[in-house]
Structure formats: structure tokens, C-alpha cells
Unconditional design. Sequence first.
Length: 424
Amino acid sequence: MTHRTHARSDLIRPRRVAVVMAVFAATAALLAGAGTVHAAAVERLRLGAATWIAPGVEYESFSITTTRDVAYGHLLTADLSNRHVSVDLLTPGAVTAREPLSEMADAQGAVAGVNGDFFDITEAQHADVAATGAADGPAIGHGVQLKAAVPDGQRFGPAMPPSDSAQDVIAVAYDGVARLDRLALAGSASWPGGSVPLGGFNQYALPVGSVGAYTSQWGQVSRERAVCGTDIDRAAPCTSDAYEVTLRQGRVRAVSAQPGAGPIAPGTVVLLGRESGAQVLRRLRVGEPVRVGAHLMASDHVPLRFAVGGFPILRGGTPLAGLDDTAAATRTAAGYGNGGRRLYLLALDGSAESGAGLTVAELADVMHGLGAVAAVNLDGGGSTTLVARPPGSSRVTVRNHPTGGAERPVPEGIGIFSGVAEGR
């Protein structure tokens, strides 16, 4: 692929190498004894003309020729070294709320964005329990830690590579640099004479035998789903051994043998336990003082301003081992290059045709071909949405063609923001 310059671009664009003949490259590596390599089927990547969205932010469409078909997609590129550009979480205001991406972007003033992590969308596995709409992985927005990750066996989405976890995120720290990280929950509830570690924080599924903390950020949805399934089987029955404790101003105000529902007032914390976690909570009495602390710990201990869940597919410029190379689908991805200073957000056009789209392995190759050295797979299918403001407009438009013809309400997205409203 040849280098392109754009007269009205604020981006320092890298030289992009076309993803051509990847099948033969993988086959050659196998014949040379290089080890197991996924059989990528990407033959050609063609980028259209870039359109300026805001200082440091560009949009372009592209086509990808595979051995099966031609897939069409859309790309946002943001220069995070530009002082006008920032990235943050798009959210409806609660972990369990959902809105179309375009509405969240306009409400928060983003100039562009894509949908985020996979989320709890189906009620079929637990017929009497409502789906929560909450995302699988951790979430941080504007520096506020909103939720932790569900157990790996409870997550939605395609199978992850063996090295990945539901705790994995793509994130941006306060230095403005994008990175892949892993956010583990650290926290406990303690009282005179006892304590219990926290196994959950505003998440739709708790580990077996644990206690989770829920705050006003959770929303109004019932917490019953949190005690359903197991750490390895999302469809397993709900436990009959659950217990809930409501804390206000640091003291026990109410207890219940059933998970509750409805909004949680600011300053109130609900502790929900299952199995052995429930047994511990039953020791608490109304009026007893309880102290709760919860924190998401990054692997390198760098404070994060923004983070969204997604499983890594590309690290150090190399696709991860174990990526699925069979099931093609509509995909969303986020990645970065240039030392974390350039962000790439990708969304494919939706299609009802069998075999349309990309496999996860192909997606990793495409992100690398676009310039990313690290990338994550985000929620796809009917959730895949990419929005961007037309020049001179104060509202975004949907740039891809969502599966089904309309935006699916989602719980979160990745928003690109510009400190310059209009002009350069």
C-alpha cells in the first residue's frame, strides 16, 4: 500500500503496508517450522480517501478482500499526541442502562466513536431472570471506576485466546497514552470481628461463593442475575443460597434473603453474597458498622482515565495464538500504534449473508495492516456501530451499516473528543 498525505490532515500518518497474500505467508512459516500460525484469509485491504472530522481525528472507509468474499468497513484514526484530542467512555449513566451509540455520543459531546464490550443481552438461559444489559469487562470513565469483570466462564462473545481474560481492557492513562492492561478487583468489606474479600463490583455475575458490592452506578435493574450460573458455566441454574445487606452511612440498614432491585441511592452500598459469601453476610446485624472499599488495580499500577473491556487479539505487532480463524462475522475493534499515541477504531458493515465479515484472526491481521501494534476485539454483530460528525455539524451520524438496519442500544462505547468545537 502506498503512503498517502492529506492536505488538511493533522495526523502524522504511518506508512501502511497492505495485507496481501497472508495465506501464503502463514503457510511458508509453517513449512519453515516456525510453529502454529493461524491461516489468515485476507488478500487485499483498500482504504478510501480520509475525511477530516476534527483536529487530529480522521474517518475513512475501506474494503477487505478475503478468500470468501469482500467485507466493507469504517475506520477512525485519532492522534492522541494532539492536545485537542482525548478518549473516554460513552455511557448512558448507569452500568445496566443501554442507549444507541449516536445518542450517547451527542449527549456527551463526542465527535466520533464505536460501541464497546460484549454485554449481558439474553434471558433465554435463565427464563425467570431479566438480562441486565451490563458489559462483561471492567469500565472506567472520566477516571471513575464503574465496574469490574465477570468470571471468564460468564462472559458473552466468541471464545478468547488462552492467554486472555475478561479482565483485559484497552485503556488510556492520564498521560494520554493508550495501552492494553488487565484490571483486577481489590477490595473488602470489614466490620468489628470480621471481614470478607470482594469478588465483584457492579457486575452482572459473581464468582461462586463470593460477595459483590453494588453502588448507585449499577442502575435500577434487579441484581438476581448476579447469583446465576457458575464460574465455568453461564447457563447453570441460579443459586438458592443468596443474601443481601444494604449499608447506608457505613451501617447495616436492611437485610434480605433475596437479591433486590430498584435504584441504589448515592452513599448507599449493597452487599450481595452467594453460597459461602451469603453465609458470611448472614452474620451481620442491623445497625452494625461495615466498611467497604473496592478498587480496580492495573497490572502496571498506572492510574487510568479511561478503560473498556475487550479481549486482546494483537500484541507487539503479532496476532495472538489461538485466535478463531473459522467463524466470519461483523466485527468491531480498537487498537493503537505509534507508542500508544495513535488510536484506531474499526467497525464493519453488517450483513445477513452467511460467511460475510471477518474471522477474529483476520481482524487481527487487518488491524496490524492499518498500523496498530496492539488491538482488542469488541462486541460485534448487531452491536457493531461507528459514528462520526460530518464537517460543520454538531451531531454524529452512523457511518457503518448496522446489522438489521438500525442501531442496537448498547451499555457503553469508546468516544473520541475534540477540544475544538469547529474549525482548525
